[in-house]
Write a protein that binds this ligand. Structure first.
Ligand code: IMP
Ligand code: MG
Length: 195
């Protein structure tokens, strides 16, 4: 992992702009093979996906149309079950469409699973999932994205669409914030002197 960062709130850079560009191009190459001659309906998962969606779209050599979905997850205090609410969904039916869901990161898998199930229940011809980042160690449900940009560990990363408290989505790289910014509990990190 690179240690330099160009933003005072960041501790380190996980993926530079160049790293991201390489990952996006590789995903684009795979999609161009698999969707040649097809016209998929893109289901872009707001809000974090927007920079990735824009860059990935520029690599497409097939026709596609765009729809947007949004979901929020509720992690109830002592209750272990997690509930995801989809609050934005396309008006047009997805029946017979080749649906390509594009997501920034899959962690527990709860959000993407719910979106995929809903698309399938509308009678889509096919439903595939592209994610820029995958955090398989965080899974609470069995779920494997069809196209994965980069698999990472249980890190909380921000930038390039990913937010902390709605901030840092505009940062052009993906990195880790300083613990003092995310206000981690110092008791959990006794070796750290910087917060
Ligand atoms: P899941 O339902 O747990 O898979 O959650 C996926 C959503 O959680 C993503 O769409 C992000 O909004 C958010 N998320 C998960 N991991 C991160 C992260 O490392 N940084 C920022 N947001 C994250
Ligand atoms: Mg988010």
């Amino acid at each position: 992992m690179k240690t330099q960062s160009k933003h005072p709130d960041f501790e380190s850079v996980l993926l530079s702009s160049d790293d991201i560009a390489d990952i996006v191009q590789k995903l684009g190459n795979q999609l161009n093979q698999d969707y040649q001659g097809k016209t998929p309906t893109i289901l872009a998962v707001l809000k974090g996906v927007t920079p990735f969606l824009t860059d990935l779209s520029k690599t497409f050599q097939f026709y596609c149309d765009y729809e947007y979905v949004a979901a929020s997850s509720y992690h109830g205090g002592v209750v272990t079950s997690n509930w995801v609410e989809i609050y934005l969904w396309p008006r047009l039916s997805l029946k017979h469409k080749d649906v390509l869901i594009i997501e920034d990161v899959v962690d527990s898998g709860l959000t993407i699973q719910k979106i995929k199930q809903k698309a399938m229940s509308e009678g889509a011809a096919s439903v595939k999932v592209v994610t820029l980042l995958d955090k398989p160690e965080g899974r609470k449900v069995k779920f494997k994205p069809d196209y994965i940009g980069k698999t990472i560990g249980q890190l909380f990363v921000v930038g390039y669409g990913l937010d902390f408290d709605e901030k840092y989505r505009n940062v052009p790289f993906i990195g880790l914030l300083k613990p003092s910014i995310i206000k981690m509990n110092p008791k959990d990190y006794p070796w750290r002197k910087d917060f």
